[in-house]
Write a protein that binds this ligand. Structure first.
Ligand code: TMP
Length: 191
């Protein structure tokens, strides 16, 4: 559940008449959505992981410039499905050069979330869920279970390294229980 949780959090703030926008990566702008398509749908380009990183970062740059920074300037709460940590894990764990590249480019983007949630669950369950959705976007899900296990470990490592910003949430519980914990953390932060 990322999408479920993002919807529940957005609803929570909308009900309280807080200005909130919901967005996602890669995506959020017309240009970034085009980059998303070539990254996740068309499997025939065989990008190197470094080139893939440049594309994710280009999508992020456009998204931050056109959507996230203006929304923050307008005092809106921005809820984003994935951000820089996904690049550090998905691309960074496959190549130290890609990791360095993303960090260097991220300095130009110059914005960090106030809080990030990592919804943790067994990789087997997560993979089955992702595969059962049967979208055309199956690029990383096709890498199989050992890749998923590696992803989980790397996300946990990033979360432990930035424990002041990233909260690890136990995703085994009901969506309502997970949402209550997330809402509580964000409310504390907003206050
Ligand atoms: P999602 O919209 O279902 O989360 O899918 C996005 C996919 O893109 C997912 O497989 C993770 C991947 N991804 C990266 O590899 N690097 C990134 O920087 C981002 C934002 C996503």
């Amino acid at each position: 559940g990322k999408s479920t949780q993002i919807d529940l959090l957005t609803k929570h703030f909308t009900k309280r008449r807080k200005s909130v926008i919901k967005t996602e990566e890669p995506g959020g702008t017309a240009g970034s959505n085009e980059i998303r398509k070539i990254l996740l749908r068309e499997n025939n380009f065989q990008w190197s992981v470094e080139t893939e990183t440049l594309l994710f970062m280009a999508a992020r740059s456009d998204h931050v410039e056109k959507v996230i920074k203006p929304a923050i300037k307008d005092n809106k709460i921005v809820i984003c499905d994935r951000f820089m940590d996904s690049t550090l894990v998905y691309q960074g764990m496959r190549s130290p050069k890609a990791k360095q590249l993303s960090l260097t480019l991220f300095e130009l983007i110059a914005i960090n979330p106030d809080i990030t949630f990592l919804i943790d669950m067994e990789p087997e369950i997560a993979l089955n869920r992702a595969l059962s959705r049967s979208t055309e976007e199956d690029r990383f899900e096709n890498y199989g279970i050992s890749f998923q296990r590696q992803l989980r470990q790397n996300f946990l490592d990033v979360a432990n390294k930035h424990s002041d910003r990233i909260k690890i949430i136990d995703g085994k519980r009901s969506p309502q229980q997970v949402a209550a914990q997330i809402i509580d953390c964000v409310e504390t932060l907003v206050k």
